[in-house]
Ligand binder design. Structure first.
Ligand code: C2O
Length: 581
């Protein structure tokens, strides 16, 4: 194994999409950002230099960070953000993982444009447990906002929008004339949120179904009769997506940097924060220049306005030897309807760990700590003198785990934990509720009390505790799937179902043999999912819905895992260049 060095300069970049030019935040002037490539076992050192006025931090989503929790990246959880003209060098080893992951900014909503692939190749002299691909193609899904300011605070901003629209073209101003963080915090105060994007993108490009966008279409050329490895990454802020390539079957071989028992599918479902490697076998006899569309469109069951548009890219067959053949036939795939929950449940049930002798599934068989967490939306009081967008008499949208809406502190929790023994000086509490406020029929008629309370509460786990968490969706504002992401761990998805979790019946159906190992799992709309993990990584680990709008509303919490007795079971000391708040 070797050490690989990268420099990430956070800088402004002008991009034009849908005929509008905007200034966005980028890494090294690239959108999407640069690829980080390593082999399993390598050390990765990334120096991040912040040249913009926003504070930033970068998260290496899905990288386990064994004992290196200071480098995990979520702002105010493991570190203070990197301020303008400051630098921080992330330094971690990739242990026991291979496949595709992603990096992204982890503060406010800056990951809208600050994201890129992490490609972890097998160790040198090791091979894939599937046919060697002819080549590898990263495919990143994202979103773009052009009209970001009009969707925020209806009252103030419709006025701004109308004003700008009067000058011919709507929103001629630059996106960052209005600081996105200021917009978001204002929106969050009143319970709104910019959750309607203008377009979905493949590798930063919206594609030919959007106005003024056919030039901005992702195209990839393939040869007939070959195998390609597509590395799919959903980096969209708030959108679970269906994905398909017309007239092609895809073979799923890996997800969240763990190998799976291969299975075929024509339509995939991928939640934000999830990654998936799939094999594409091209047809042996497709004529030269035949083109097939690849499309993605959201899966969504919640209420309210939502962007149901479709991003398209082009897969084009290309034979070196017939240059003159201009035959083109554009074939479009069919995707399930936006609310196809049964399709999603059926697709997710196909994932099983490879679970062979080389890649065993070390599922915790006995459990030391069991938790039942409700995850879902709720309401909280609207601040005085504000007009809020929540339901029932001017309430504010909120989201919670066991009715606690997690508030980020002003200094990173990990620093507060590490910086002394006096419990009174900690900026978090350890009394996270072990059950929801008022148990009810979670997927039926909601109770009157949907209120949440704010708090910075963590769950303390002793080293090597084996943990089971049942995550129960609540249908308070309509059933909605929540892609829950756990930092610092992979977990096994041992069970899932619709309706209320039944602690007497459901555990007997758990799969403890070859359950899928993930870092992000969709808690089914009007259902539950059960996960298990071994708390073998000391530190403070964030767990949250990977729909940023829900994260911001408070659907997040943290685990504090204590050091183990052995020297390799302790959190490393804080790096000397750790940013200060
Ligand atoms: Cu990919 Cu805490 O996030």
């Amino acid at each position: 194994s070797i050490t690989r060095h990268y420099t990430f300069n956070i800088e402004y970049l002008n991009v034009t999409r849908l005929c509008h030019t905007r200034t966005i935040l980028s890494v090294n002037g690239k959108f999407p950002g640069p690829r980080l490539i390593a082999r399993e076992g390598d050390r990765v050192v990334v120096k991040v230099n912040n040249h913009v006025s926003n504070n930033v931090s970068i998260h290496w989503h899905g990288v386990r960070q064994l004992t290196s929790g200071w480098y995990d990246g979520p702002s105010y959880v493991t570190q203070c953000p990197i301020q303008r003209n400051q630098s921080f060098t992330y330094n971690f080893t990739i242990t026991g993982q291979r496949g595709t992951l992603l990096w992204h900014a982890h503060i406010s909503w800056l990951r809208a444009t600050l994201y890129g692939p992490i490609i972890i190749l097998p160790k040198r002299n090791d091979s894939y447990p599937f046919p060697k691909p002819h080549s590898e193609i990263p495919i990143l899904f994202g979103i773009i906002y052009i009209h970001i300011i009009y969707i925020i605070n209806i009252k103030v901003l419709i006025y701004v929008y109308i004003l700008i629209c009067m000058h011919g073209s709507c929103i001629a101003g630059e996106w960052f004339n209005v600081d996105p963080e200021a917009i978001i915090s204002q929106a969050l105060q009143t319970g709104g949120g910019p959750n309607v994007s203008d377009a979905y993108t493949i590798n930063g490009l919206p594609g030919l179904f959007y106005n003024c966008s056919s030039q901005d279409t992702y195209r990839v050329k393939v040869k007939p009769g070959k195998t390609y490895l597509l590395r799919l990454i959903n980096a969209a802020l708030n959108d679970e997506l269906f994905f398909s390539i017309a007239n092609h079957t895809l073979t799923v071989v890996e997800t969240d940097a763990t190998y799976v028992k291969p299975f075929d599918a024509t339509t995939l479902v991928i939640a934000p924060g999830q990654t998936m490697n799939v094999l594409l076998n091209t047809h042996p006899h497709s004529p030269n220049a035949t083109t097939f569309l690849m499309t993605a469109r959201p899966y969504f069951t919640g209420r309210g306005t939502f962007d149901n548009s479709t991003v398209a890219g082009i897969l084009q067959y290309h034979h070196h030897h017939h240059h003159k053949d201009n035959f083109t036939l554009l074939i479009t795939p069919t995707l399930p309807p936006i609310n196809a929950t049964n399709f999603v449940a059926n697709f997710t049930s196909k994932f099983k760990s490879l679970a062979n002798s080389k890649f065993p599934a070390n599922v915790p068989k006995k459990v030391d700590k069991k938790f039942f967490f409700t995850v879902g939306l709720g309401t909280s009081p609207c601040p005085q003198n504000a007009t809020c967008q929540g339901p029932n008499n001017n309430t504010k949208f909120a989201a919670s785990v066991n009715n606690v809406s997690f508030a980020l502190p002003s200094v990173a929790i990990l620093q507060s934990y590490f910086g002394g023994s006096n419990n009174n000086n900690k900026n978090y509490q350890t009394d996270f509720p072990t059950s929801p406020l008022n148990p009810f029929n979670y997927t039926g008629t909601p109770p009157n009390n949907t209120m949440v309370s704010n708090g910075t509460k963590v769950v303390v786990l002793s080293f090597n505790a084996s943990v089971e968490v049942v995550l129960q969706d609540t249908s308070i504002l309509g059933a909605e799937s929540h892609p829950l992401h756990l930092h610092g761990y992979n977990f096994f998805v041992v069970g899932q179902g619709f309706g209320n979790y039944d602690p007497n019946k459901d555990p007997s159906k758990f799969n403890l043999v070859d359950p899928i190992e993930r870092n992000t799992v969709g808690v089914p709309a009007a259902g539950w999912v059960a996960i298990r993990f071994l708390a073998d990584n000391p530190g403070v680990w964030f767990m949250h819905c990977h729909l940023d709008v829900h994260t911001s509303w408070g659907l997040r919490m943290a685990w504090l895992v204590l050091d183990g007795p052995g020297p390799n079971q302790k959190l490393q000391p804080p790096p000397s260049d750790l940013p200060q708040c």
